[in-house]
Design a protein around this ligand. Structure first.
Ligand SMILES: [Fe+2]
Length: 274
């Protein structure tokens, strides 16, 4: 039968000067214990740092949204849908984190758009549209000093590109558009469709799903639409249309439930709670 010292690799090593093997073993175990404690401490510090980082990014998003009553909660909702889609598509943890950051910050460039344009009730003229279309690049410019954002920056810059190449700011098409941006594009559209605007009422979930499917392969990445529709199909109310005025909050609450279910199988992903 194998003894404890037989399995210890130093047990068979040549020893000079009669080193006490037991003492050496205890010393190494003590180092291992210290390393384990340090690692635990570092993990805790990393978690705290992530929480602070997420709270800061959420506060930045809230500043932008405070300027437009129709944008209230938009980034948080987009983050929730995007996370559900990311999990459905099997994105790795690092991409999930970048997706979360990009979702929260995707419209931060609107901070540079004048109130008269941002809050205008009704259609925009050409100059106003041009100002709005600058927000992805403006957002990228504002955030580009935050190196830790990594791939999230590309999500912010390209979230208005279309799969058929007719989007902005670069007119990228298909898989040339970063994956995070393709996910954001569809989730952003979903939240916009299911939210009230000054010039139209919110769509219900069936209408919004039809809108996503209509844009499959033109505005949106087909793979992303399939994942998003799959997530939406889990909703119990899909068979019974809800009042448009409640669409956003009901959709959001239900997505929280879906995400909790998905997150429980993916403990490495932090939850976004209301
Ligand atoms: Fe946007």
């Amino acid at each position: 039968m194998e003894s404890a010292t037989d399995s210890w690799p130093l047990a068979n090593a040549p020893l000079d000067g009669g080193i006490d093997l037991q003492c050496l073993q205890q010393q190494l175990l003590s180092y291992a214990h210290d390393l384990s404690a340090t690692l635990k401490h570092l993990r805790k510090a990393h978690e705290t740092l992530n929480e602070v980082c997420l709270a800061t990014l959420s506060a930045l998003a809230a500043i932008t949204e405070a300027r437009d009553p129709y944008l209230a909660g938009h980034s948080r909702s987009v983050a929730m849908y995007a996370q559900a889609v990311g999990l459905e598509m099997g994105l790795p943890p690092t991409q999930m984190e970048s997706l979360q950051h990009a979702s929260l910050l995707h419209d931060i460039g609107k901070i540079g758009v004048p109130d008269s344009v941002l809050r205008k009730p009704g259609p925009l003229d050409e100059i106003e549209r041009k100002l709005i279309r600058e927000h992805p690049e403006e957002g990228y410019r504002i955030l580009s000093g935050l190196r830790f954002l990594g791939d999230a920056l590309m999500g912010v810059l390209h979230h208005h590109e279309r799969y058929d190449g007719r989007g902005y700011p670069r007119g990228l098409a298909g898989e040339d558009i970063p994956m995070l941006a393709r996910i954001l594009c569809a989730c952003d559209a979903l939240d916009a469709m299911t939210s009230n605007r000054s010039y139209r009422r919110a769509m219900n979930i069936e209408q919004a799903t039809a809108g996503l499917i209509e844009g499959r392969g033109t505005q949106f990445d087909p793979q992303v639409v399939d994942a998003l529709v799959c997530v939406l199909e889990r909703f119990p109310f899909i068979e019974s249309p809800i009042a448009p005025i409640r669409a956003t909050s009901v959709l959001y609450d239900t997505t929280v439930a879906v995400c909790e279910e998905l997150f429980s199988a993916q403990p490495h992903v932090r939850e976004l709670r209301p």
